[in-house]
Design a protein around this ligand. Structure first.
Ligand code: SF4
Length: 112
């Protein structure tokens, strides 16, 4: 089990916005594309994963208990911000701290 499968903090901390072309039926979907029913329309060029706005954030696609065992229910179709999120970055630790989890050592900490 990887650290991400016992964490989930990033999926419960940040807004996840992306272009509607990544939706199922969109112009450039990953795999089958992100299910539109799991998103909120923002603008003509932006949608957001439902659950990721507001002060208490938790993506609707996240299953499990944060800090215990979690999974993305649309892993193969997850949007680009999720694919590009760098666990070797301070943002990972900010999310963990926000969720009451301990910091992880990161290799590029001196670059933050
Ligand atoms: S789509 Fe999956 S990886 Fe992305 S925030 Fe939601 S649960 Fe996390």
């Amino acid at each position: 089990m990887t650290i991400c499968q016992t964490c989930g903090a990033c999926c419960a901390s940040f807004r996840v916005d992306f272009h509607p072309a990544e939706l199922a039926g969109g112009a450039f979907p990953w795999g089958a594309g992100v299910p539109p029913a799991m998103t909120l329309p923002l603008t003509a060029n932006m949608v957001r994963m439902a659950g990721t706005d507001g002060k208490v954030s938790r993506c609707v696609a996240l299953i499990g208990e944060i800090g215990q065992q979690v999974a993305c229910s649309i892993y193969d179709e997850r949007p680009s911000p999720c694919r590009e999120f760098d666990i070797e970055h301070e943002a990972c630790n900010r999310a963990r701290q926000r969720c009451g989890l301990e910091r992880l050592p990161i290799s590029n900490e001196s670059q933050q």
